[in-house]
Design a binder for this molecule. Structure first.
Ligand code: GLU
Length: 466
């Protein structure tokens, strides 16, 4: 395995980190980290009007939540503009680019005429072969000399060989008349200078690849391995959009999905390893390869995400899960846990985590442990606290005192008590749930009693017993 793989994630900071971007970042991260390579981060902030520091911060936060750490400093594309211009000037000096003095009106007139004649409207500049001596002292752009004949083949690891006739390529502008570099030049120069060996990105950039290859070829630089991944679709098969629900990766943190579950799910969006659905990071790092990326768009499926999320919650270490849950509460703007709640939750974690698909579900199930006396009894649970049942609870309490507080003895005690009162444990469970949690639907009575301990359990039962 090569240890010099370098990948990058290159988001434009015009909004939050969306699901598609998060998936792209994850694929690049998995590919590099699984091969002992480097995963770099470049913020493509050349569009000054649309790029904001808030968006950059949101992207960094999203990546941090997903645990997609990058190597080295974050690169700002905008700050590298002088270097991009330098490359354009180098191509100019080598005769691989030229100064074009055509005005916007001239270009439009050219296109209109070409259209009228039924010819290609790609602009062919009259300045391509002009002698420097013929150059006016006027504003100009710098254009690359696109190949006039033949074809460009993008060898793509996902799409296969994609061939584009060079007659489709125009003499792309490299430097605008104000001397600012265009985006297409910036990407190539940055990828080259950053030593990027593999470009894994959305297939909406496939067309750009052909144009970017012109620059690689002109500079004599090695072309990276390309892997253009199909975009993500909604469950209805249409391109993922706001109407399909949340689009921001961090919205999923706020909804209470654990990062490991999210990583697992995102990795399965367009990539597969046999029939494996649930897997760990270590497995994903070992298995991830470009060959496993499919050619057709993956569909976002919330049910699958929930399912994987639940499996990851169940498989997590208790303390780590608790830390993630605390971060979830903060991200969701919910009240932080008190010290007592923190301790109770950690105690309840081993069985709570088996049954929750998301953190809100886990917290809901943990309600009995998070609440304190007097326990608020909801309407449904109150029905189980009629006089008959409250009397039953009053009779039960002496049997629970001075007894060993473990599952087996509690089970034996309660069953024995039920039998002696001519009833079933099931009948006893409803008032006990109401007493311990104030609810009709709760975790198992024994689980709750074990977490709460004898003192608190007896106090709660006594509170409602007659
Ligand atoms: N900045 C581009 C985007 O956010 C990515 C460009 C690239 O990966 O080459 O879509």
């Amino acid at each position: 395995m090569s240890d010099d793989v370098v990948t990058r994630f290159a988001p434009s900071p015009t909004g939050y980190l969306h699901i598609g971007g998060a998936r792209t970042a994850l694929f690049n991260w998995l590919y590099a980290r699984g091969r002992g390579g480097k995963f770099l981060l470049r913020i493509e902030d050349t569009d000054r009007a649309r790029s904001t520091p808030e968006a950059t911060a949101a992207i960094l936060q999203g990546l941090a939540w997903l645990g997609l750490d990058h190597d080295g400093e974050v690169v700002s594309q905008f700050e590298r503009a002088p270097r991009h211009a330098e490359v354009a000037l180098e191509l100019l000096a080598q005769g691989k680019a030229y100064k074009c003095f055509a005005t916007q009106e001239e270009i439009e007139a050219f296109r209109a005429a070409a259209k009228a004649e039924g010819k290609s409207t790609l602009f062919r500049s009259p300045w391509r072969d002009a002698e420097a001596s013929a150059h006016p002292d006027a504003p100009h752009v710098i254009r690359i000399k696109a190949p006039l004949e033949g074809k460009t083949v993008i060898r793509d690891e996902v799409q296969g060989d994609v061939t584009i006739g060079n007659d489709q390529l125009d003499d792309m502008v490299l430097l605008r008349s104000d001397g600012s570099p265009v985006y297409m030049l910036a990407v190539v120069v940055d990828d080259h200078d950053m030593g990027v060996t593999h470009v894994i990105r959305g297939d909406d950039h496939l067309n750009n690849a052909a144009r970017q290859m012109m620059i690689y070829d002109a500079m004599g630089w090695d072309v990276p391995v390309w892997a253009h991944i199909p975009l993500i679709h909604g469950a209805d098969g249409k391109k993922l959009s706001k109407r399909h629900g949340a689009l921001g990766a961090q919205e999923y943190q706020v909804m209470g999905y654990p990062a490991a579950g999210m990583r697992n799910y995102l990795s399965r969006l367009g990539w597969s390893h046999g029939d494996d659905e649930f897997f760990t990071d270590a497995q994903a790092l070992e298995w991830f390869d470009l060959g496993g990326i499919g050619k057709s768009p993956a569909r976002f499926d919330t049910k699958k995400l929930e399912n994987l999320s639940g499996q990851h919650i169940a498989a997590s270490d208790d303390a780590a899960l608790q830390r993630e849950l605390v971060a979830f509460l903060e991200a969701a703007g919910l009240p932080a846990l008190t010290e007592a709640q923190d301790a109770a939750l950690l105690k309840a974690m081993p069985f709570l985590k088996e049954r929750a698909k998301t953190f809100p579900e886990l917290i809901d199930k943990a309600q009995f442990a998070l609440t304190s006396r007097p326990v608020q009894v909801d309407e449904k649970a109150a029905k189980a606290l009629d006089v008959e049942n409250r009397t039953l609870l009053a009779q039960l309490t002496p049997h629970l005192q001075n007894d060993s507080w473990d599952r087996d003895s509690l089970e034996a005690k309660l069953n024995d008590f039920a039998e002696r009162h001519d009833t079933k444990f099931g009948k006893l469970a409803a008032p006990l749930r109401a007493a311990l949690a104030g609810r009709a639907v709760t975790p198992s009575v024994f689980d709750m009693m074990l977490v709460l301990g004898p003192e608190e359990s007896l106090a709660r039962i006594t509170d409602v017993a007659t």
